[in-house]
Design a protein around this ligand. Sequence first.
Ligand SMILES: Nc1ncnc2c1ncn2[C@@H]1O[C@H](COP(=O)(O)OP(=O)(O)OP(=O)(O)O)[C@@H](O)[C@H]1O
Length: 326
Amino acid sequence: MSIQIQNLNKSFRVHVRREGWMESLRSLFKREYQTVHAVKDVSFTIDTGEIVGFLGPNGAGKTTTIKMLAGLLHPTSGNINVSGFKPQEQKNEFKKIMSLVMGQKSQLIWDIPPMETFLVNKSVYEIEEKVFRQTLDELVELLELEPLLGKPVRNLSLGQRMKCELAASLLHRPSILFLDEPTIGLDVHTQEKVRQFIAKYNREHKTTILLTSHYMGDVTALCDRVLIINHGKLLYDGGLQVLTERLTPYKLLEVRLSSIADIAWESFGEVVSFEDGKLTLRVARDRVPMVSSELLANFDIHDLNIQEPPMEEVITLAFQEESHVS
Ligand SMILES: Nc1ncnc2c1ncn2[C@@H]1O[C@H](COP(=O)(O)OP(=O)(O)OP(=O)(O)O)[C@@H](O)[C@H]1O
């Protein structure tokens, strides 16, 4: 087992700010505080080499949990074990086996080329010359970094910066990787490239990865297992497929018709849309095989596609449940 969290809690004491000058004046003399319970009694384990998606709406507690796992925040209570280390002790050996990539924060130095940051990391992490060259060559090839290495970071696009960011975080070959929104703001093509890279890197190096993302595409492409958190509480820990099946008892049937006929499609399922010869039906999961074969047998069908409902819908339903589903 690579990561183990038991009954983890994190609270922040925050200053309450009130509107109006009278209230501001009063707060100068008597400060009011409130406690924000960002993470509440969270427990989970992650095995070596697993990629787990960590999902939840804004302010759910994902980044706070990841920061505790990376040793940047001390838990209020509970236990964390990452590869045998207590992250909050911030031991050098611990820093050498893990990496944290935050899509919203950069470790690259703005005015100098990424290669300079890579060299800084080489000395910070005490990476041997031979290992450094080997790893760098591998990352440069996988992420297509060659043309970027000598350009000042400020001249790179967001996607190019994120690729360099990933390389900088992986030079010391961490066995544990925390990825907090690694594809945020990237265009669809670059998102796809970064996803492919993460999948390949995980396959080849058996790196344990905990990933947060607002893009369902990242999660469906990379994670078989997801954790869902809301208001600091873990609501779900299990398979992505199981979650989809349990919470959305229907599938979407996309049918492309060769000729448009005036048929009462409602008898097959709920009509979601019907545009330019493409019919989308919402059909109960257990009726999908029967409805599909009836449609194929009775109509002139060009193409038939069976789709899972969008993950956003599944997650929204999970949040409404507010309880452990697994
Ligand atoms: N340093 C802090 N001081 C006070 N409150 C904080 C601090 N950091 C986080 N919080 C609060 O803790 C809660 C959880 O925040 P967190 O950043 O972990 O959420 P998140 O799930 O990562 O959200 P997002 O998807 O928006 O990044 C929020 O209510 C947030 O305002």
